[in-house]
Design a protein around this ligand. Structure first.
Ligand code: PEP
Ligand code: MN
Length: 334
């Protein structure tokens, strides 16, 4: 819409779109309002708007993902999780165990990472394990422990949901719903998470292209949920010396293609705790808005992902280095 477009003119455009049978998504920027017209072949209806006032320009969004694209929204989206803002110049640290193994270890970890400057507590209650014989998580009782840890420390809570039927349950306890790499193309789950309205942390599929990932984000956004945080967590390559290959290209690339915030998970990506700190720093240098790090009081006793979990001492060292790096980048820790 043009700078001078009135509310009545914007409403008339929206009504016309709905009459045609397409959907709208409004993006209000500081400069102008953008009416996104969503639906197959929407651009073909261009002429239906030729007599309406207040329209500056009708442009096709050329990317297959629409709501996720920079073309749709030029300014960065900041996802506000109860005051923790993800997507700004303030880098957000999310940390905690791979799996919630019990209340005591969770509280001990939560207190420690909070004292070091983390803002969000991670911890799996429902674990999507490669083997059906591996520890599957404590389920709802783990969600309750996460809520207890939030009450005590003030940390926000991110935890994975693995099936559409569990979205409501997990959303009752979590501040952010994590959708895992193995579920990035579980479209029923994406839609359910979209409907919940909760912020969604969308991990990149381990064998997915950046375009497929942004199309997965589009599934959530198209349910009217704008609070999507992308998470690069490593992809499959020929290399077997590390668990996955951290695709740091994806960070500046996603920021170019999309307005959505992006964070990095160097724990899943490397599979080795020794590599976590350097790759976490590299991710922030590449422009990541945050990090999600696995931390365990006694990594060699962890029920999942011990080899890639930092102990408290290594986590403290990461936080110390991160602060110094942020100083050099003229950024801050949230
Ligand atoms: C995790 O965060 O513990 C996890 C299972 O992540 P991903 O889906 O990236 O493997
Ligand atoms: Mn893990």
């Amino acid at each position: 819409m043009s700078h001078q477009a009135t509310k009545a003119e914007i409403d008339a455009v929206v009504d016309r779109v709905h009459e045609i049978g397409l959907k709208t998504e409004i993006s209000r920027g500081e400069e102008r309002t953008l009416v996104g017209v969503i639906g197959g072949n929407a651009y073909a209806y261009k002429e239906a708007f030729s007599h309406l006032g207040g329209i500056h320009e009708i442009i096709p969004i050329t990317k297959p993902f629409k709501l996720a694209s920079r073309e749709f929204r030029s300014v960065d989206t900041v996802v506000d999780v109860g005051g923790v803002r993800i997507g700004s110049d303030e880098v957000v640290m999310m940390a905690g165990p791979c799996s919630v193994e019990g209340e005591e270890m969770l509280l001990e970890t939560a207190r420690h990472v909070a004292a070091q400057g983390a803002k969000v507590l991670r911890g799996g209650a429902f674990k999507p394990r490669t083997s059906p014989y591996s520890f599957q998580g404590l389920g709802e009782s783990a969600l309750k422990m996460m809520a207890t840890a939030r009450d005590e420390t003030g940390l926000k809570v991110v935890t994975e949901v693995v099936s559409p039927g569990d979205v409501e349950l997990v959303a009752r306890y979590a501040d952010i719903l994590q959708l895992g790499t193995r579920n990035m193309q579980n479209y029923a789950l994406l839609q359910e998470a979209g409907k919940s309205g909760k912020p969604v942390l969308l991990k990149r599929g381990m064998s997915s292209t950046v375009e497929e990932w942004l199309l997965a984000a589009e599934y959530v956004l198209s349910q009217g949920n704008r609070n999507v945080i992308l998470c690069e967590r490593g992809i499959r390559t020929f290399e077997t010396a590390t668990r996955f290959t951290l695709d740091l290209n994806a960070v500046p690339l996603a920021r170019e293609l999309s307005h959505l915030p992006i964070i990095v998970d160097p724990s899943q990506a490397t599979g080795r705790w020794q590599l976590v700190r350097p790759m976490a720093l590299a991710a922030v240098a590449a422009g990541a808005h945050g990090l999600i790090i696995e931390v365990h009081p006694t990594p060699n006793q962890a029920l999942s992902d011990g080899a890639q979990s930092l102990d408290f001492e290594s986590f403290d060292r990461l936080m110390q280095d991160l602060r110094r790096l942020l100083g050099a980048l003229a950024k801050q820790l949230a």
